[in-house]
Write a protein that binds this ligand. Sequence first.
Ligand code: PA5
Length: 381
Amino acid sequence: MELLIPKVNLGEVNEEELTQFWEQYRNYVGWRDLELLSEKNKDIKEKSEFIVQNCDVFLVVGIGGSYVGARAVIDALQPYFEEKKPEIYYVGNSLSSEYLYNLKEKIRHKNVIINYVSKSGKTLESKIVFADLQRFMAEKYDEEEMKKRIVYTVGNTNIVPDGYDYFLIPDDVGGRFSVFTPAGLLPIAVAGIDIEKLLQGAAKADIQDAQKYALYRWAMEKDDIAIEAFVVYEPKLFYFIEWLKQLYAESLGKAEKGIFPVGLINTTDLHSLGQFLQEGRKNIMETVLIFEDQTEVLVPEYNCFLKDINAVAQEANTKAHQERVPNLLIKMGILNEVEIGKLMQFFMLACAINGFLQDVNPFDQEGVEVYKKEMQAMLKS
Ligand code: PA5
């Protein structure tokens, strides 16, 4: 990983205070102990093999941190248009009746296994949809078969009925930091992705780089930057950006502080949001994620490969914006398990350190609870 940071006064982290911060939040930072997380992976692999062999369709029922990390990794690492067995669908991340209805129609005559992922077991969207899917499964399978076809990934065994398999999300890992727990790893393993390599990559994340990025973000915030555009030039990374948006917004949008994260999938968004970056309000920074591309599609008109033209688009864009949009580049190797694992752990570390600099608790989400309570009250009445 290479971090190309524009020249600004970054300041520095007070190491002693940072150590105290990690200590203060020791009950929330279990995701830093990758060795301990790795030890628990044997069961995940075994279960994923069973799932692959016994279904055509695998449903991941979850919302927020209970699905988006898995989807980010799976979409990033699978070839476009690949017909995979099992097909993986994500559900319970919205309240769309049409999505649920159409999904059930599509899978009605297929062999299905469900993974219900919810740390609290209380989140309304995934809970309602899971209950509906349990009824759907009960029409297809008898009780014994259901026990083989529903797997729980939860924070507490209270909600797991007798005889069903489950995985635990550790107490000290919150939703948006849970991609390297069974919440992310079981679906990722079902997709045929090497979870050991992913964790090996995560272990390579450089804390100094994370610290630099956190300091840079904090310097930008103090300089009145209000929006961070995460920019990619590879559409497969759409859900990676969704994961980043969740991580940074839910962790740092607190106490009237924070930078609002958005995503740009270029070059598509250069034909829409690009205009705003070039001439709109000057309160945006860009964080560009670049992976090495090895696919060679010849473009005889320019006597080079398509990937070279994509790289030129990125350089031209940086040049065009540089006078007015602070532009940070994160250069990665080839898009694979190791690199994506490294990048995710880097962003989680940087996010936590950014919370320390901002003096907010990056691990809670009281703001999200407000709408949940309002909704529960309205539903009761
Ligand atoms: O980061 C978080 O904690 C949240 O985004 C949760 O992941 C999300 O609300 C889903 O919660 P749960 O896993 O309890 O259903």
